[in-house]
Ligand binder design. Structure first.
Ligand SMILES: NC(=O)c1ccc[n+]([C@@H]2O[C@H](COP(=O)([O-])OP(=O)(O)OC[C@H]3O[C@@H](n4cnc5c(N)ncnc54)[C@H](OP(=O)(O)O)[C@@H]3O)[C@@H](O)[C@H]2O)c1
Length: 424
């Protein structure tokens, strides 16, 4: 696979503008303001992010430079700021990239300012959003026409790649660019695409276990970024979403977006690795709690019907319960391990009940377009919980890392000066 050759698209004489302002469309300053993470600041996101003036990114032949109007906050840059589990700067430098810093941000709404020479279908001045799936066009897997998000070169934009949306200009591959929903403000438009496309792939992407009318779908973190999107997508498909949350306010929030009901996980304490098979008494106690949890799902649904799909991302704490309550032949689909990576599966039940534990990551272009069309058709709400200023990006990631204030998505204003600007 070839390294991308990139060139600056800077317009001579154009200086960096303050955050909240834009240079004339198509005129690109040499430098830009960004919230930057550096390895010597890895740790608490509150201090790992700092405002800096950095060079505006150069672009390759198939890339696009977008002036960011608003940037969505996602959990992935909590991880990037911690430098754990992956030191993104070190990984990229091993690949030959020269920057010793990380500008994250995997959701942008904005205006196209420049396009590479091979780009077709994207033009300067267009109002757009970005999806987070990134891959190399000449990756053999991609060339064979297979799902590019499974390719060796697949990455998440603004997490694995530099120059995400926490700068005044962001660099994306042309295929990541999607039309912005005209009825949404810049802040609303920047909020949902990463979590929404991820949820779309999880619910619609795995043949044999795609969401169907009448299915019960159990959604962990039902008030969160992923959760509020999964609930809406399950409803739209005719399924019955049941949320798991950690307090009644979060439960009510999940119901507002379509959950049939919610379970407060704090009423149970069987989380993490269950007692091992030889511990008969411990296993009995654990199974009792898992059964009681499953019965709460039946109570909400109004019949003894187990989830056909369990929408997972907490990971270590919840996987044993997810697999236990999943219906025979059903699927636990997981895109993260927020609570840890060492999860246990009791294989006896897994094989005899023929359940599926499916990993999922990011989105491909078809899934992203299908999801974005639902947003543009007003069938999916972006669930913008709160809008913040550019200088609050670090603090917002720190709060997210502590699990505070989990009500939908957060957007930061970058080029947009007002929270509700940008509606057509
Ligand atoms: N692979 C991908 O493509 C992809 C894409 C998007 C996100 N992710 C990952 O998915 C995770 C969630 O993202 P998000 O945007 O939804 O974050 P979020 O909005 O902050 O939500 C996190 C949710 O996790 C739940 N949670 C926290 N501790 C829990 C526990 N011990 N047991 C059960 N649930 C727990 C919280 O719900 P309660 O505390 O109310 O239960 C909260 O709703 C992150 O790790 C993120 O990096 C991965």
């Amino acid at each position: 696979m070839s390294a991308v050759e990139r060139r600056p698209v800077v317009t001579a004489g154009v200086e960096a503008v303050p955050v909240g302002e834009l240079p004339p469309v198509g005129r690109v300053p040499s430098h830009m303001h960004a919230q930057v993470v550096r390895p010597d600041r890895y740790g608490d996101p509150a201090t790992a992010f700092a405002p800096e003036l950095v060079p505006t990114p150069p672009i390759g032949p198939d890339e696009v430079l977008i002036a960011v109007m608003a940037a969505g906050i996602n959990y992935n840059n909590v991880w990037a700021a911690r430098g754990y589990p992956v030191d993104q700067v070190a990984v990229r430098r091993k690949r030959g990239e020269t920057e010793d810093f990380h500008v994250g941000g995997s959701d942008a709404s904005g205006i196209v300012y420049a396009v590479g020479e091979d780009v077709t279908g994207v033009e300067v001045g267009q109002h757009v959003v970005t999806h987070p799936g990134w891959w190399e066009a000449d990756d053999p897997w991609v060339r064979e026409g297979r799902d590019p998000m499974i390719a060796n070169s697949a990455r998440i934009y603004g997490y694995d790649t530099n120059y995400g949306s926490f700068g005044q200009f962001t660099r994306v591959q042309a295929h990541q660019v999607l039309p912005k929903a005209e009825h949404l403000s810049w802040a609303e438009a920047a909020a949902p695409t990463l979590v929404g496309t991820t949820a779309y792939r999880m619910l619609h992407g795995f043949a044999g276990n795609t969401v169907e009318p009448g299915d019960v779908v159990l959604v962990w973190g039902g008030s969160g970024g992923l959760g509020t999107q999964a609930i809406q997508l399950a409803r739209l498909a005719g399924a019955t979403p049941v949320a798991v949350v950690s307090d009644p306010d979060r439960g009510a929030y999940a119901e507002k977006f379509g959950a049939a009901g919610w379970i407060n996980r704090r009423e149970f304490d069987h989380w993490g690795i269950p007692p091992l098979v030889d511990d008969k008494a411990g296993q009995k106690q654990w199974t009792g709690q898992a059964r009681a949890f499953g019965k709460r799902i039946w109570d909400i649904v109004g019949e003894r019907k187990d989830p056909a799909i369990v929408f997972e991302h907490p990971g270590a704490a919840t996987i044993p319960t997810s697999i236990f309550v999943c219906r025979p032949g059903g699927m636990v689909v997981i895109c993260a391990g927020t609570t840890g990576y060492d999860a246990m599966v009791d294989l006896r039940y897994h094989w005899t009940r023929q359940k599926r534990l499916q990993g999922s990551h990011g989105t491909n272009d078809a899934q992203a377009t299908a999801y974005n069309d639902l947003v543009r058709d007003r069938k999916i709400d972006p669930v913008l919980g709160r809008t913040i200023a550019f200088d609050q990006i670090g603090a917002a990631h720190a709060a997210m890392g502590r699990g505070e204030d989990v009500f939908g998505n957060i957007s930061a204003l970058v080029g947009s000066a007002a929270p509700d600007a940008g509606r057509a």
